[in-house]
Design a protein around this ligand. Structure first.
Ligand code: ADP
Ligand code: MG
Length: 472
């Protein structure tokens, strides 16, 4: 159970870990300024497991009302996403606040959104004078990034760039699916760069913010100062540029600006969910300019990387008792992306804490039922036949042919066996897909392969390999 302040204050409990993750998410979605002004002061008071209520507090009634009015929905949604057991989130004024005055609507006027920052306004995450105001997430560092085959190119490129040596490539274009660590790498670049060259200017922003800012500048007929600000940066990082797709004329302007930045030899880092060639509606001249630098893809993590990432995350939660079997299970089954994998681990750990239950397989499956279903990859019989034929270098047509020679009959049996193990298809259905064979033939094949797997190590290795490939 959650033990309240003491445990929470000394070492990070999983509930704190969940809260930290929620705060990080809020910071990202609301922006650092808003976050620092309004959300950072929120204190997690307690959690009542019976009613499923999380109690949050703020230093004053005014702030509590403000947060309730403006951010309650977001905060509640974030809690529920992290811990479905949470049903209510209350936001109140903490003990220190004397006189809980009733704040009327008139009283709530838009206050300065945050302790005022430097005069230079806008979404640009300018380099802070104090480490406190850093726009970068400390936990998104190179040290906390786990490297594997899927991401080593991107990681090495990011590191090289961050070390600030000779400009070997520009821009760095990182692309890959969602939740694979692109933003993490950008934050790591920013922090490493600043550590080595304190006082330099690093600008990080989402493409949406860039667009917004750019359009505002165009409306104000002052794109010059906007561009000048960007060109003054030593490192400029724009995250998720695919959001700038569309036939808008501003899009073209956007890429021209990118182009100018490259020409000015400023380090530019761009991420997208697809390669430069696949970005739509961009002048091909600019497209090719974007590929002049280094284009590194971030691929979905394989099992080994997923496992290593979980182990790394667990190092940061020393109090969490997660058996190896469960870690393996998560790594095997949550294969969609790292964000989900991380979310799954957090959920299991926090949920166990909140309910006082031990983390074992049954608990994990129960807690993650929805995620596990969503991650179930649908393997088709066609895919199995293709893989098996490739593996044994036979034509796929042999899967349905009547030939009984060993070199085709055995692979066919293996394919039937895999179809039984990896798809929900019935025996007669499987038989039909293998050239209209009878279901008893399928049963025979399944038994045969089961038996051979015990005695024939080579065949067993083949079957395992195929299973791994098919399960992704
Ligand atoms: P993207 O920007 O590609 O959508 P993020 O950078 O936001 O993905 O990563 C999603 C989450 O997964 C983050 O919490 C990040 O720390 C984590 N993550 C992704 N890849 C790795 C990795 N290789 N090692 C450690 N954490 C990772
Ligand atoms: Mg991202």
């Amino acid at each position: 159970m959650f033990e309240g302040e003491q445990g929470a204050a000394s070492e990070a409990s999983p509930l704190d870990a969940a809260w930290a993750a929620i705060r990080a998410e809020l910071k990202r979605s609301c922006g650092a300024r808003t976050f620092d002004g309004w959300l950072k002061p929120i204190k997690l008071e307690d959690f009542d497991a019976d009613s499923g209520t999380v109690r949050l507090s703020l230093p004053s009634q005014f702030m509590a009302n403000w947060v309730e009015t403006h951010f309650a929905e977001q905060i509640r949604a974030a809690w529920r996403a992290m811990l479905p057991i949470v049903r209510y989130v209350t936001i109140e004024a903490g003990a220190e606040s004397t006189r809980p005055t009733l704040v009327t609507a008139e009283l709530i006027e838009e206050p300065e959104p945050a302790p005022a920052g430097p005069a230079e306004a806008g979404p640009v995450a300018t380099v802070p004078a104090s480490a406190d105001a850093s726009p970068f997430e400390a936990r998104y560092s190179f040290e906390s990034f786990v490297v594997g085959k899927a991401n080593e190119l991107a990681y090495n490129a990011a590191r090289t760039l961050a070390e600030g040596g000779q400009l070997a490539f520009n821009p760095l274009f990182l692309h890959g699916g969602t939740g694979l660590g692109k933003t993490h790498l950008m934050h790591a670049i920013g922090q490493e760069w600043l550590r080595r060259q304190p006082g330099s200017r690093v600008i990080y922003m989402s493409a949406e913010k860039f667009m917004f800012e750019f359009v505002s500048a165009m409306r104000a007929k002052d794109t010059y100062s906007f561009k000048a600000r960007l060109r003054a940066a030593d490192v400029l990082m724009i995250d998720d540029v695919q959001f700038i797709s569309g036939k808008d004329s501003t899009q073209e302007e956007f890429f021209h600006t990118m182009n100018e930045i490259i020409s000015a030899k400023k380090r530019l880092v761009i991420t997208a969910d697809r390669s430069p060639q696949d970005l739509e509606g961009i002048e091909s001249r600019i497209q090719s300019r974007l590929t002049w630098g280094l284009v590194a893809d971030v691929n979905p993590a394989d099992f080994e990387l997923r496992y290593n990432i979980l182990v790394k995350k667990l190092e940061a939660m020393p109090e969490a008792q997660v058996p190896r079997e469960v870690v393996m299970f998560l790594a095997r089954r949550i294969s969609s992306n790292v964000r989900e994998l991380e979310g799954a681990l957090n959920r299991v750990v926090a949920y166990a804490l909140l309910t006082g239950r031990e983390i074992d397989m049954a608990f994990t499956e129960e807690t993650l039922a929805d995620l596990l279903r969503a991650n179930q990859r649908r393997i088709t019989i066609d895919e199995i036949q293709r893989r098996v034929s490739d593996h044994y270098r036979i034509r796929q047509a042999e899967m349905s042919s009547a030939r009984r020679a060993r070199e085709v009959a055995r692979p066919r049996q293996i394919a039937m066996y895999l179809a039984k193990q990896l798809t929900p298809r019935s025996l007669p259905e499987i038989g039909r897909r293998f050239g209209g064979r009878d279901h008893t033939t399928v049963i025979h094949a399944v038994r045969q392969i089961e038996k051979l797997r015990q005695s024939d190590a080579e065949l067993d290795a083949d079957v395992r390999l195929l299973m791994r490939q098919l399960e992704g």
